[in-house]
Design a protein around this ligand. Structure first.
Ligand SMILES: [Zn+2]
Length: 101
């Protein structure tokens, strides 16, 4: 399986280690301890992710407020949308690149 690697020690970052990477500007290699940063695309996604979540929730709230959806419709929409986003993130993770800070 392909995993992203540390450019310094060539250690792999598993999915579990990937979940621990909260700040794309400051990632500490769990193998050698060097500070790394991710690519610009990952940083942009990190900044936009909260707004994407709000937009998805806003769609469900909007359709409930105008009376077109029941709560179950919103739950199904949110589950499907966040599942798709999660699968895309899971599929893209192996292609993440890191550079030394
Ligand atoms: Zn390393």
């Amino acid at each position: 399986m392909k995993y992203p690697r540390c450019p310094s020690c060539n250690g792999i970052f598993t999915y579990i280690e990937g979940f621990k990477m909260v700040n794309p500007w400051k990632v500490k290699c769990p193998h050698c301890g060097i500070l790394l940063e991710t690519t610009l695309l990952v940083k942009i996604f990190g900044v936009l992710a909260p707004f994407l979540g709000l937009a998805v929730a806003g769609v469900a709230i909007y359709f409930e407020e105008i009376g077109r959806w029941q709560t179950i419709n919103s739950v199904i929409f949110l589950a499907a949308t966040f599942s798709i986003i999660g699968i895309v993130c899971f599929a893209c993770y192996p292609y993440m690149k890191f550079t030394k800070k």
